[in-house]
Design a binder for this molecule. Structure first.
Ligand code: ADP
Length: 605
């Protein structure tokens, strides 16, 4: 409890520093909200008593008090509630999900991909989804404060009922007061205890099974991605997905409803029992002549409010505890270190473009894996030359590129740029040296020009130039055309067109190193030939690194590096590698033979 109060005050202080409106909300909101029902019942009772006593002018006066006071209280309460909602939804929740999003964009890629971080992210997302955030802390604090005011006011009322206006002997009044308080506390204790047990169980489902929930969310997201629609239909995956969704959500849903039903049953029963007790005691007081008939509702409301408030406080405290825990989990992810080490050296901006990379005895294992993907790689890359990385699937070509782009750090060895370890450079500046088209490049459901420029600020002339270079100008003449259907009525692209847009994006960036991982795998033979014929002009004096399975597409490269099981096994130009009669020659001849045989078959037919 102490910890709960301490953490809440700490967070509220932090929020107050940025949003001072929290203070008036916390002072006036709970008090006015708690006061409204008592005020209403008090004056309603007074009006009824005045009317029963035949005093119409007094009743009229009380009506004015009722309307006037009620209006003022409700205006203050509403204003506070509105401010609270604006703060919760527009500021606090939004800023936390904003921080979460920024974190996902800024965290080092290798960390982002790790199970530890993904699991922390899933937890944070579930906390967001459940509403366990700053806004919820504020909401629950206001709830507790409102109920504390209610407790205080109703306690005063009970003291007035049993002590101040009582014809009973003092001992009887005290015994009755204690008896009523005891019954009320027992009833609310029972409801709170049950509520806490049920909430604990619900937490178990929500928290302990967060993996299940996030898997369920994954299946829901699948539904929203148009591109999944094809496979889902062709392979009749609908039933599989629906069954999976049921598996993840149904159990929790049913159990949740059962528990909530049980809770409202017990809660409703205890309110009924307390109501009977309250009306019995108050009825006696009316018969004794201690209070007037009109006061019955007023005092009965006092006793019932006391009970409801004590149960609600415990419920709010529980949710406050959950929200604090959720915020702590989310913050621990948001505040975790972005990069293992972050260099600050600026990258030299060279007009002559003279950048030189040197991979020195680089070996690499993916985080959490014991398999060496690259072993003792020594390689020099100089600007202006063209390189090809070739090898069988899984030989480490893409991984080598990822290391070069600092998506991962070498496990052993180092990479130097102009003689300086690349980790010493400022990360963003370093990354600006590369334009990469990964095999699994991503185009977004945004206007075409923004996809290419990766910004809303598009250089129209440069955009047109790169679109012409990849021969897309005619097919996609409207720079603002929306791609895909996720964000509106956009156009779909063929695999080859999408690949050309991705190449255009790489060219638009105009970085000194252009890396193309299987850049023409989706292109038709004519487009592929065009791209390769134009590459020397497209790339100009930049360094180009091609990764390709098609040996014929590497022959124009000045240096070909052959990888096998993470080792560089051969290097040289096309002719020298053919002469070596090693892996490269073998792969080249196998492909050439395949095409020759196919041609022969065609000629026979
Ligand atoms: P290539 O580009 O030559 O086809 P890759 O560099 O993509 O090969 O992959 C080399 C090896 O690294 C493969 O065995 C692959 O399974 C493994 N690998 C690739 N990405 C990851 C990753 N993110 N985590 C663990 N292993 C990976």
């Amino acid at each position: 409890m102490k910890q709960l109060c301490f953490r809440t005050v700490h967070i509220l202080k932090k929020l107050y520093a940025d949003h001072p409106t929290i203070l008036p909300i916390l002072i006036f909101g709970p008090f006015t909200t708690a006061l409204i029902p008592f005020y209403t019942y008090y004056f309603s009772a007074a009006i009824l008593n005045a009317l029963l006593g035949g005093n119409t002018s007094q009743a009229l006066e009380q009506v004015l008090f009722l309307i006037g006071g009620n209006t003022i209280l409700r205006v203050i309460s509403r204003l506070c509630a509105n401010q609270e909602h604006i703060l919760e939804w527009d500021v606090l929740d939004y800023s936390m999900s904003g921080h979460l999003r920024d974190k996902c964009f800024s965290i080092e890629y290798a960390k982002y991909e790790s199970e530890e971080v993904l699991s922390a992210l899933r937890k944070a997302e579930i906390n967001q989804h459940m509403g366990y955030n700053y806004g919820n802390i504020l909401e629950q604090t206001i709830g507790i404060m409102t109920q504390l005011w209610t407790l205080l006011i109703s306690l005063i009322m009970m003291c007035v009922l049993f002590l101040a206006s009582s014809s009973w002997p003092l001992w009887l009044s005290l015994v009755t007061l204690c008896g009523v308080l005891f019954s009320v506390l027992c009833a609310s204790g029972l409801v709170s205890w049950l509520g806490a047990r049920i909430n604990q169980k619900l937490d178990f489902y929500l928290k302990q099974n967060f993996e299940l929930n996030s898997s369920g969310n994954y299946f829901i997201r699948l539904r929203d991605q148009v591109s999944n629609g094809k496979d889902i239909r062709i392979y009749h995956m609908q039933d599989l997905l629906i069954d999976r969704l049921k598996h993840y959500f149904q159990f929790n849903g049913r159990e949740q409803c059962r528990l909530e039903g049980l809770f409202s049953g017990v809660n409703g029963g205890s309110i009924q029992a307390l109501g009977m007790l309250a009306y019995f005691v108050i009825g006696l007081k009316v018969l004794e002549g201690d209070i007037l008939v009109g006061d019955v509702l007023f005092y009965a409301n006092g006793i019932l409010s006391f009970s409801a408030a004590s149960a609600t406080i415990i419920k709010c405290a529980h949710f406050l505890h959950m929200a604090l825990q959720g915020v702590d989990e989310t913050l621990s992810f948001i505040e975790s270190e972005d990069m293992s080490y972050d260099g600050t050296l600026p990258v030299e901006k060279r007009d002559d473009g003279q950048y030189h990379f040197s991979l020195q005895d680089v070996s690499f294992r993916y985080p959490g894996s014991s398999n060496w993907v690259l072993r003792h790689i020594n390689l020099d890359l100089t600007v202006g030359r063209s390189y090809a990385l070739v090898g069988l699937n899984g030989s480490g070509k893409t991984t080598l590129v990822k290391l070069l782009c600092r998506l991962y750090e070498p496990t052993e060895g180092k990479i130097l740029l102009n003689g300086i370890d690349i980790t010493k450079y400022d990360y963003d500046e370093y990354v600006s040296l590369f334009s990469v088209v990964f095999q699994d490049f991503q185009l977004l459901s945004l206007p075409l020009d923004e996809n290419v420029a990766c910004s809303m600020d598009v250089d129209a002339a440069k955009f047109t130039s790169v679109m012409e270079q990849v021969n897309l100008q005619e097919r996609l003449p409207d720079p603002h055309v929306l791609l895909f259907k996720e964000c509106g009525d956009g156009i779909n692209l063929s695999g080859g067109e999408a690949q050309k847009v991705a190449i255009a994006r790489a060219l638009y960036k105009d970085a000194p190193f252009v890396i193309l991982d299987e850049p023409t795998s989706a292109l038709d033979p004519i487009s592929e030939a065009e791209i390769y014929e134009n590459f020397s002009t497209l790339i100009e004096n930049k360094t180009a690194i091609y990764i390709s399975h098609r040996m014929s597409s590497c022959r124009f490269c000045e240096e070909i590096v052959v990888l096998d099981h993470g080792n560089i096994v051969e290097r040289g130009n096309h002719e020298s590698l053919l002469a070596q009669k090693g892996l490269y020659a073998n792969l080249y001849e196998t492909q050439a033979q395949y095409y020759a045989e196919a041609k022969q078959r065609d000629e026979h037919q």
